[in-house]
Ligand binder design. Structure first.
Ligand code: FMN
Length: 385
């Protein structure tokens, strides 16, 4: 396989304030997709230097809304972890950043890229880019309020007439932002056209803090190529990671001059089964206490409190959402996508996955009353006997 030659000089690790990344390749925030289960599995695949949560409402954090707090949960194995928040009020964003810091997150990121009207009309998301002074005020309030690094994820601008990422990046750097990520499309473009990497390069040359580029990197060599051709410190991968969660490990190998390791169908199938298991463990509250980082969350809320049928539906829907990306670009992918979309239950989903990836029959369920376990009663009962 051909791949770009490695850098002549190895680069030093990327530092976002006090946080050092062991790889310049990071998982982009994606609402509905980059939940803690998905992030954990990405980390286990290797090569991913940073994960970012789905966007979380600052308003919801400050008001302690359960569902919002749930989106911000993460686990120790995801570190370093960045929690992305959105909002337009400097005071509330500063208070939300303090909550994020209190949860023990490594970084708090600000969403200045979301083009959705529901968010934009509250002067949040990409709408902040239309008022750079106000956007800068939000970031300044946050950097004064917390000691963890504050970062900003923006688009190239609001529309073609207002491409201001280089100027806004400079402004937020001046009030203490520790890094910036740029998706090289305007809000008006949404996901049409191509991400403008020459604009991203311009931002990276304008500021001294690390700049991460985002947009259209779907192969390991895309990531390595962007690192070589532009001044970015790192690359955020979104949709490419939903198709191929091993892209980080593969890019790291290519960045070092090697061949990206192939991913076997067994591993691809195993990923989906593991995703189901992690979602299920979240939904049934079997996680060890202290393992998750929460913000005073009542642990019976959200997916954990749903009845078994709605829990199952939640997981089936999650698999359908991931399946719509994960099946792209693989042999008979559309066949798999259709089968996932029509599987009515978790058992049916597992069977579809086992069958498609030829994983064989599942191991038999453990005997609930193994002979070896029979013996004197243990614990409290035996102590009292
Ligand atoms: C389903 C989906 C959800 C997204 N949600 C967010 C989000 O919550 N916050 C954000 O800053 N960007 C979000 N993005 C944008 C991505 O982080 C990324 O910048 C964009 O998809 C371009 O990168 P890609 O071509 O690698 O996907 C989302 C993108 C997708 C496809």
């Amino acid at each position: 396989m051909s791949h770009p030659a490695p850098d002549a000089e190895p680069r030093p690790p990327v530092n976002i304030g006090s946080v050092t990344l062991d790889s310049p390749f990071a998982l982009a925030p994606m609402a509905g997709m980059t939940d803690t289960a998905f992030r954990r599995l990405v980390k286990r695949g290797g090569g991913c230097g940073l994960v970012v949560t789905e966007m979380v409402s600052s308003e919801g954090l400050v008001r302690g809304i359960d569902r919002t707090l749930e989106y911000a949960e993460y686990t120790e194995e995801e570190r370093p972890v960045s929690i992305q928040i959105f909002g337009g009020d400097p005071g509330k964003m500063a208070a939300a950043a303090q909550i994020v810091e209190g949860m023990g997150a490594d970084i708090v990121d600000v969403n200045m890229g979301c083009p959705v009207p529901k968010i934009a009309k509250h002067h949040a998301g990409c709408s902040l880019m239309r008022t750079p002074e106000h956007a800068t005020e939000v970031i300044g309030a946050m950097t004064r309020a917390v000691s963890i690094p504050v970062t900003v994820k923006m688009r190239s601008g609001w529309d073609g007439e207002h491409v201001n990422a280089p100027d806004l990046a400079k402004r937020v750097e001046q009030v203490g932002a520790a890094a910036v990520a740029v998706h090289g499309r305007t809000a008006a473009q949404s996901y049409t056209g191509r991400s403008d990497w020459s604009l991203i390069d311009e931002v990276a040359r304008r500021v001294s803090i690390p700049v991460f580029g985002s947009g259209d990197c779907v192969t390991p060599n895309d990531l390595v190529g962007r690192m070589r051709e532009t001044a970015v410190a790192g690359v955020l991968v979104g949709r490419g990671a939903l198709r191929n969660p091993w892209i980080f490990d593969q890019a790291r190998a290519a960045w070092g001059g090697g061949d990206p390791p192939p991913v076997s169908p067994r591993r691809r199938g195993g990923f989906l089964l593991a995703y189901i298991d992690l979602l299920l463990s979240e939904a049934t509250e079997i996680e060890r206490e202290g393992f998750r980082h929460t913000a005073g969350l009542d642990r019976r809320v959200g997916p954990r409190r749903r009845n078994p049928a709605s829990r199952e539906r939640w997981i089936v829907n999650k698999l359908r959402a991931l399946g719509s990306w994960y099946t792209k670009g693989i042999d008979r992918g559309s066949h798999l996508r259709t089968a996932i979309n029509s599987a009515p239950s978790l058992d049916a989903l597992r069977a579809v996955i086992r069958d498609f990836f030829e994983l064989g029959d599942p191991p038999p369920a453990p005997d609930p009353f193994p002979a070896a376990a029979a013996g004197p009663p243990s614990g409290r009962a035996s102590a009292e006997a």
